[in-house]
Design a protein around this ligand. Structure first.
Ligand code: KDO
Length: 337
């Protein structure tokens, strides 16, 4: 009995030593990995998140540990750039609207009806016109813009059904309490659409829609489905007012801690993840209209020319346009169709 127990004890001690030894070597291996925490407001099932987890994480795994945090659990939406700049975070998926808080000229990428489609976003991001924008963010915030991610065509998604409110022109949105994310550039876009914009972070939108605290929100179809906004809304006005993007960003200090070979891997991994995410978002956009209709929503196009004219005029008349570098709007337009 005693012998048996001792043997068992001996066996478990040996096993425990083995486990500890392998845990120790894993910890040792991890110590050589650079931690890359990415904070974002989107969910784990958002296709941008999925693409980063599937492509970016594995591609850098020899020298970095990719650790995404979703639903703004690590940093509140809109605070990520500052967190990276202060050395408290390594990566995020930042919007041009957030960058415009620091550098007003970025508002050119937030203006309604400027980007035409996903390919246009990529052409703009990779064009030399983008270099001074990227350099400013690098020099002044210590943040590197790695690649451009496609979020999709933003549309107006309302609680009211079409028999209560049909939207044809921006005037029809007068008095509509439309949730927009909480920066000046977003609020301006909501007002340019004719609505009364209300700032609110993404994580609060579902509840605000379900209680009627707001009449609606704007986001692309994949986000309406991923965040289940369709459960608490009745119609989607297909305004396509913003072909929306986010930039994959990384701390420049962290980026410079990598060897040139590792830097090239990080860059390629970001480009590959962005491409996969873009293709998946485009596919979802093409198919989700049917899903939303099956779930009782009405989708329709308003007078797009009326929206485009009103929104473009609002921007050109605004203080935002005064910050746009000479000739850049024309260069952006020339890269489109
Ligand atoms: C949103 O808050 O409506 C928005 O779509 C803004 C985007 O820039 C992006 O941050 C996105 O939220 C989140 O990633 C959630 O999808």
């Amino acid at each position: 009995m005693i012998t048996k127990l001792s043997r068992r004890a001996a066996i478990s001690t040996v096993a425990a030593i083995g486990i500890l030894a392998s845990a120790g070597s894993a910890a040792l291996a991890d110590a050589h990995l650079t931690q890359l925490r990415l904070s974002m407001a989107g969910s784990e099932t958002d296709q941008r998140s999925v693409a980063m987890a599937e492509v970016f994480g594995p591609a850098v795994s020899e020298f970095a540990s990719y650790e995404p945090a979703y639903n703004a659990t690590l940093f509140a939406q809109g605070t990520e750039l500052e967190a990276i700049s202060r050395g408290n975070l390594e990566m995020s998926i930042a919007s041009a609207q957030e960058l415009a808080q620091f550098f007003p000229e970025f508002s050119i990428f937030t203006a309604g009806y400027v980007h035409q489609d996903a390919a246009h976003q990529v052409a703009v991001f990779n064009d030399p016109l983008m270099e001074p924008f990227k350099q400013t963010v690098l020099d002044e915030l210590g943040v590197r813009l790695l690649s451009v991610m496609y979020l999709g065509r933003r549309h107006v998604n309302l609680r009211q059904c079409p028999d209560e409110l049909t939207v044809t022109t921006p005037e029809d949105l007068n008095g509509v309490n439309l949730r927009m994310p909480g920066t000046d550039a977003w609020q301006f876009l909501g007002a340019a659409l004719g609505a009364s914009p209300t700032p609110m972070s993404f994580s609060e939108v579902y509840t605000a829609l379900s209680t009627g605290a707001v009449d609606g929100q704007d986001n692309p179809l994949p986000t309406v489905v991923d965040a289940r906004f369709y459960e608490v809304t009745c119609q989607i006005v297909l305004t396509s007012h913003l072909v929306d993007l986010n930039y994959i960003v990384i701390s420049e200090e962290v980026f410079q801690s990598f060897t040139p070979e590792q830097q090239a891997i990080v860059q390629q991994a970001a480009d590959d993840a962005a491409e996969l995410g873009r293709q998946r978002q485009l596919a979802l956009e093409a198919e989700l209209g049917a899903f939303l209709e099956e779930n009782g929503l009405t989708l329709y196009e308003p007078d797009l020319a009326a929206f485009r004219t009103a929104v473009q005029a609002a921007y050109l008349d605004s203080e935002f346009a005064e910050t746009w570098p000479e000739g850049v709007l024309e260069q952006i337009n020339a890269l489109g169709n």
